[in-house]
Design a binder for this molecule. Sequence first.
Ligand code: C2E
Ligand code: MG
Ligand code: MG
Ligand code: MG
Length: 281
Amino acid sequence: EAKRQGRGKAVFFQSGMHVQVLNIMRMESDLRKAFERGEFCLFYQPIISLENRHTVSLEALLRWNHPEKGLISPDKFIPLAEDTGLIRELGLWVFEQACYQLKYWQVRFPHHHNLGVNINVSAIQLKQPRLVREIETIIHRSGLKPDTCRMEITESAMMNDPDLMLNVLKDLKGLEVQLYIDDFGTGYSSLSYLQKFPIDALKIDKSFIQNIDASDKSMQIAQAIIALGNAFDLRVVAEGVETDTQLNILEASHCHHVQGYYFSRPIDKEKTENYLSIIVH
Ligand code: C2E
Ligand code: MG
Ligand code: MG
Ligand code: MG
């Protein structure tokens, strides 16, 4: 009796797994086909300096322009692209698109000749031994000044294997690109790593910014991150700024850069071009 039950369970488990494997395989092939058909595109969101309200950089944000479903957000497909390994090719494609696009805009709009580009990079990409050399080649070929290229790595990705990350980050820093910690405050970085890592900036996670006007705790966390940034000589960027009040608090707290719907949502290439063509004095 027990044996039969056990067997039944095993078969049930196996067939459940089978369906799961088939689903993943289907989505994997959908994603790969989408990549080959050129269905991915980049949107851009401005990052603004609170010193003079100038746009100092654009964050490149990936979108899947699905023929039936329309624009699909990266949270829905990046994890799958990471699981299937497609992120390596996709990530390089993003890097290349963003660098060439930025160089083109810097030349086309001379008042933005120093405009930066922020590019998100996942932990799986960073673990690729060839990554640093591939990035070096792209930056060199695009003609982009390396320090206008900012790589965003989430706090959790950095802490996932800190010793390996330290080596990769040092190699990347050797290319003179800038390194940003994304979603700062949501992971578990130890302050000793913050001191060891060759990073240039912290991005305060939007969950704190969105509560900054409603919760004293969020405000104190944001202010503590700004103080930490000043102590370590790091630039601090607040993401997810949506309201006047949030902006005023960040300004009073001497946050350096801000990004959010208050200024602009992520916009497509054409809208970004219109945005950049306006000269702000
Ligand atoms: P992230 O790097 O933290 O990017 C910020 C996210 O916050 C973006 O979501 C942006 O659209 C959103 N956001 C910006 N301002 C506001 C605001 O004022 N309010 C609210 N509610 N949201 C705001 P998005 O574009 O959906 O991207 C989600 C995440 O997907 C990114 O988070 C990043 O981790 C990942 N991602 C995007 N593009 C890439 C990529 O090319 N490669 C990799 N590896 N990851 C990417
Ligand atoms: Mg980011
Ligand atoms: Mg973030
Ligand atoms: Mg995020």
